[in-house]
Design a protein around this ligand. Structure first.
Ligand SMILES: Cc1cc2nc3c(=O)[nH]c(=O)nc-3n(C[C@H](O)[C@H](O)[C@H](O)COP(=O)(O)O)c2cc1C
Length: 188
């Protein structure tokens, strides 16, 4: 039985380190994982007036969340918080009222920054929000990719061996966590 994991990048930038990091996660995904990057490019800014008759990109986004067993969220840090792109996506997924689509989905959080702290401030805020959304969040290992500009090659591929090991370790812990939360996925 495969485990469906959707991944969201909090950056829309073409050369985004955060998105490159998620590509490295896709490449390192265990065989039992069906990995799907959900693009947030077309998602409109949240507007409560649109909820009852949402545009197509919102409908597709809701379907992507509903079909997922688990969620990987990666964010850059903007002014010591996570990105508005990601907040917008989380807000859409939590609506309409009483239909929070994130509820019960195991989630792992990835911080990414070209600077020293690895987006710690971003992930610290993001953790509070996913807890409110009732998502069981992987606590350990934490994942903060710092100095991201030094970790990828010219093609945008993860080139840092130490980080590759951390990616593998995160996957191992996350899969174990998903199976704790959703024992039906252990294939037992
Ligand atoms: C509005 C803005 C605020 C930023 N604030 C922070 C910050 O608080 N901490 C940090 O490490 N980097 C900060 N940065 C730099 C980003 O980490 C950097 O632009 C990074 O490359 C963005 O992620 P991406 O490569 O995935 O697009 C900021 C960038 C922008 C545009």
């Amino acid at each position: 039985m495969s485990i469906s994991v959707i991944a969201l990048s909090g950056s829309l930038r073409k050369g985004s380190y955060t998105t490159q990091l998620l590509h490295a996660f896709a490449e390192a995904a265990p065989q039992e994982v069906k990995f799907h990057m959900v693009s947030l490019d077309e998602l409109p800014l949240f507007n409560q007036d649109l909820e009852s008759n949402p545009p197509q990109p919102v409908k597709e986004f809701w379907m992507a969340i509903e079909s997922a067993d688990a969620v990987l969220l990666a964010s850059p840090e903007y002014n010591r918080s996570y990105s508005p792109v990601l907040k917008n996506a989380l807000d859409w997924g939590s609506r309409p009222e009483g239909q929070n689509k994130w509820k019960g989905k195991p989630v792992a959080l990835l911080g990414c920054s070209p600077y020293q702290l690895g987006a710690f401030g971003a992930i610290n805020h993001l953790r509070q929000v996913v807890m409110y959304l009732d998502m069981p969040v992987l606590q350990q290992p934490e994942f903060y990719l710092n100095q991201a500009g030094d970790k990828f090659d010219e093609q945008g591929k993860l080139a840092d061996e130490k980080t590759k090991k951390l990616v593998d370790a995160l996957w191992t812990a996350f899969i174990a966590w998903i199976k704790v939360i959703k024992p039906g996925l252990s294939g037992a």
